[in-house]
Design a binder for this molecule. Structure first.
Ligand SMILES: *[C@@H]1O[C@H](CO)[C@@H](O)[C@H](O)[C@H]1NC(C)=O
Length: 434
């Protein structure tokens, strides 16, 4: 009986295609006709808060970026911290004239949020995700070609909303590299290794963003060159017993397995739901500092996660977050230590941002023609048994014999639960890394 009910509520709540509710498309289900006769859905009060609405917009940019990256590497793991990319782009739009500004704003979905003061709301969003209790440090920086003269009318609002001053290269490669390294080290409290790569000589505009979470155990580091740099260690709320970690099979596909260290918790309290449309089991685990991670695990072993990826939007994730129910489960998760490095340039070019790399109008920055040049993203991710505490405080939950084994390809989404901001997204096809 309980099993049936569990399936029923998940089917009812997650299985009606709420995922298809992306930009503009009215959802089937609960249409309310408005005065024009077009059915519109009543907006969730959560998204009426300007900061949350902005977080949803830039996170939707993040899901887009993820989809493009993932489709470019169908057989490899993917890791991204889209927030840092979005922040750098949003800051850059301060220097863009109308045509270029609306190119950036469309990619970030600002055209849909009807907010006359995006940049000061962005300041509030950054203040929220970097509030002291979250232990997240975030900063970004715009770097310009050597000896460029820039307008103070660009610098002042940049500093006011994004808290960063632009950097103009000196043209001395060693000194420039050292200065960038020092800045990154200062922003991340030394958590990101110094880069030895040269600063590209053909830079016109280079964007750099840094985010860092203080904490131990579950640690996520992101290093992105050219565009953005992040380092994020968070923590499981409940730590894993390392004596229960053992070597187990991970199914790469229907035929191949690899043996990897898997952490397990026979009595984990997770938030869970079965999405019958996506044919996948969704679980959420809390992290410290109002963060959480949501896993998407197909019901059959497959490397083709396209259907799940296509459904990822801020609105869909928000629905999931509300509808999942606490259950006790036998949980296994591979220990992970991955790093990933790649260009985001091509991905951004596929996202209607090509014109930023060709002939954009940044005349609010300087009289000289400028363009975005190269964009790279380097990420690393690690999680292990450590967590904040050993005693789960279960609270009300369903007791139901449930297994949740992340022993086959899956997707995870790491969010700030206060604002819904997407901080990290990944596709894990092989936990040994690529
Ligand atoms: C993945 O699955 C989708 C349908 O869910 C299908 O359209 C697509 O062709 C598949 N891709 C691959 C590479 O098999």
């Amino acid at each position: 009986m309980q099993a049936l009910m569990l399936l029923l509520w998940t089917g009812a709540l997650l299985g009606h295609g709420s995922c298809q509710n992306d930009a503009g498309g009215p959802e089937e289900g609960s249409p309310d006709p408005d005065t024009t006769g077009v059915p519109v859905e009543e907006e969730d009060p959560f998204f009426k808060v300007p900061v949350n609405k902005l977080a949803a917009a830039i996170s939707n940019f993040g899901y887009d970026l993820y989809r493009v990256r993932s489709s470019m590497s169908p057989t490899a793991n993917v890791l991204l911290s889209p927030l840092s990319v979005a922040t750098a782009l949003s800051a850059l739009s301060l220097g863009a004239e109308q045509r270029t500004e609306s190119t950036i704003h469309r990619a970030l979905y600002y055209d849909l949020i009807n907010n006359p003061d995006i940049h000061s709301t962005y300041k509030d969003l950054l203040a929220s995700v970097t509030a002291p209790e979250k232990n997240l440090k975030s900063a970004s920086r715009i770097i310009f070609e050597k000896k460029l003269r820039i307008k103070s009318s660009f610098v002042a609002p940049l500093e006011k909303s994004y808290g960063s001053r632009p950097k103009i290269l000196t043209g001395n490669p060693r000194a420039d590299l050292q200065e960038l390294n020092n800045w990154v080290q200062a922003q991340t409290k030394g958590k990101i290794a110094r880069s030895t790569r040269e600063v590209p000589s053909e830079i016109s505009i280079l964007l750099l963003g840094v985010a860092y979470f203080k904490g131990a155990g579950f640690s996520t580091s992101l290093l992105a060159k050219g565009h953005s740099i992040c380092f994020i260690p968070g923590q499981w709320v409940t730590k894993f017993d390392s004596r229960k970690t053992s070597l187990k099979d991970f199914y790469l596909d229907e035929e191949r397995t690899v043996t990897v260290p898997m952490m397990s918790d026979p009595k984990a309290i997770i938030r869970y739901g079965l999405d019958s449309d996506l044919n996948c089991k969704i679980a959420q685990l809390p992290l410290t500092g109002s963060m959480s991670i949501i896993f998407f695990l197909p019901q059959t072993v497959t490397q083709n996660l396209t259907m799940i990826e296509e459904s990822l939007t801020s609105e869909f994730i928000h629905d999931i977050d509300r509808e999942l129910k606490s259950v006790q489960a036998v949980l296994t998760i591979p220990k992970l230590k991955l790093s990933y490095e790649g260009e985001v340039t091509k991905s951004l070019q596929e996202m209607k941002l090509q014109s930023l790399f060709d002939s954009p109008d940044f005349s609010k920055i300087t009289g000289k023609p400028l363009k975005l040049t190269q964009v790279e993203h380097r990420t690393g991710l690690e999680w292990n048994e450590d967590g904040a505490g050993t005693n789960p405080s279960p609270g009300p939950h369903l007791t139901f014999p449930l297994d949740y084994h992340l022993n086959q390809p899956f997707i995870f989404v790491l969010r700030d639960t206060d604002t819904g901001a997407l901080l990290f997204i990944g596709k894990i096809l092989d936990p040994r890394g690529t």
